[in-house]
Design a protein around this ligand. Sequence first.
Ligand code: ADP
Length: 306
Amino acid sequence: MPGDREILRTEGLWKRYGEITAVADMNLRVYEREVFSFLGPNGAGKSTTVGMILGLVRPTHGRALVLGHDMATHPWPTLKRVGAVIETPAFYPYLSGYENLRTLALMLRDIPPGRIDEMLELVGLRERGRDAYKHYSLGMKQRLGIASTLLRNPDLVILDEPTNGLDPAGTREVRELIPRLAEQGHAIFLCSHLLHEVQAVSDRVAIVKKGRVVSQGTVEELLGRGQYLRLRADDMPGLLRALDAVPWVTGAEAVDGYVRAAVPVARAAELNGILAQQRILLSELSPWETELEDVFLELTGAEAVA
Ligand code: ADP
């Protein structure tokens, strides 16, 4: 369950490159113990936003605050609290996963003994921790990368397209790991252009298009789950007219041979009674199930992605 402690906040964040507006008025909040997904097609402004969160890209306006600190002016103490897995870090191929983490821990200092084994356990590499890195699959390499950024126990973990280039097995391994990271207390900021990557693991999702958040909420909220009914009758124009006359039906439209009506599912029987009185007999009445993919494509106008 997400906590109350705010880890990341962006306030009216903008970035312009000459004529190009890469990020426009971005206002985000990310809390401890949550997976917050930043979902949008390529070129939507995700990397630029991450750059501003990390203090690497200077905002044109607004601020990115991590733990209340402005990353443009005071990045150094706070950067220690952020772990970013932007791409697979360079590891020594002939050393084992354990030895690679140990080398890193020696450089970072202050890493408690036992932390390396804990992290290997968390990312599912405990049993393979003594094998040479060069024998790891791509998914294992990526998971070791995630373990390496967790060594310092950061409050915020940024995962930028974490399954890029992975095979289906590797993708599944990384995807299963993401909610476990949030359970450990970290706030996870997951950037992706892949719906399937975020749908199952996110507490909240912001859909971004051309630098702007076009919709944000829980997956349930984005799907409008439980808020729409799917109806069919022989007399479809009559059905639409009848729905129009019911004051608490806030919208109804014909979609793919059905009527999609904005009606809470709990009022389905009541609606059916009203329609029957007007001799509109329904042949089908069910909750309208939406795929996040449809919402995403509608909001972003993006092409379907694998
Ligand atoms: P995403 O990560 O969602 O693919 P980006 O943040 O990389 O999107 O890019 C957003 C927009 O900003 C794109 O139109 C991109 O071409 C532009 N952009 C990004 N970085 C620069 C830069 N350094 N100079 C000029 N334009 C840039």
